[in-house]
Design a binder for this molecule. Structure first.
Ligand code: ADP
Length: 192
């Protein structure tokens, strides 16, 4: 099973994916977390992407596709993988489709978190105080939202056209409430 947790910055993808990993054993693959790790360790990749991330822009498709390609086989072992933060452009989605097709796999489902625009910035600014993520400033948040609308939203249309199952989940309320909604949807998926 391979799925995507989808949504704008601040929609709670990372929080919910971590819970799904704990609850279902589905491997949480977060490209944002991987890149932040590379930046923190000062690797060659981290040096290349640090400034791009700090500005709220997307790192180049070929770079991130290589990151995912290197980790996907391991992540898919066992229950399967839940992708968080990838694919973020239609080109990334096409690259993912090819990677999966090469293994005789295809995308099983998408959980799309729906949160009103006005809540997102407030959540991210709050997270800035709690977690201190350097890209959670008002200016950088605006750029991440812009990239989401310009490039990322189209990924949903790409998969809608392919007939992939997309469950849109109300992402408002407490993390527990959202998690229960997702769990109900994912149960529906695994039972066909
Ligand atoms: P959020 O969804 O809250 O913006 P992420 O942790 O998913 O946060 O991503 C943080 C940053 O990492 C992005 O703004 C971008 O610079 C970079 N990034 C993560 N995943 C990708 C991707 N698939 N393609 C391009 N850039 C990415």
């Amino acid at each position: 099973m391979i799925g995507i947790i989808f949504g704008p910055p601040g929609s709670g993808k990372g929080t919910q994916a971590a819970r799904l990993q704990e609850d279902l054993g589905i491997h949480h693959l977060s490209t944002g977390a991987i890149l932040r790790g590379e930046v923190a360790r000062g690797t060659a990749l981290g040096k290349e992407v640090g400034r791009i991330m700090a500005a709220g822009d997307l790192v180049p498709d070929d770079l991130i596709v290589d990151v995912v390609r290197a980790r996907l086989p391991e992540a898919e072992r066992g229950v399967g993988a839940l992708l968080d933060g990838f694919p973020r452009t239609v080109a990334q989605a096409q690259a993912l489709d090819r990677m999966l097709a090469d293994e005789g796999h295809r995308l099983s489902f998408i959980v799309a978190l729906d949160v009103p625009e006005e809540d997102l910035e407030a959540r991210l600014l709050h997270r800035a105080q709690v977690e201190g993520r350097t890209d959670d400033t008002r200016e950088v948040i605006a750029e991440r939202m812009h990239e989401y609308h310009k490039l990322t939203k189209a990924v949903l249309d790409h998969y809608r056209e392919q007939g992939v199952r997309i469950d849109t989940i109300d992402g408002t309320g407490t993390p527990d409430e959202v998690f229960e909604r997702i769990r109900a949807a994912v149960r529906g998926i695994s039972s066909g």
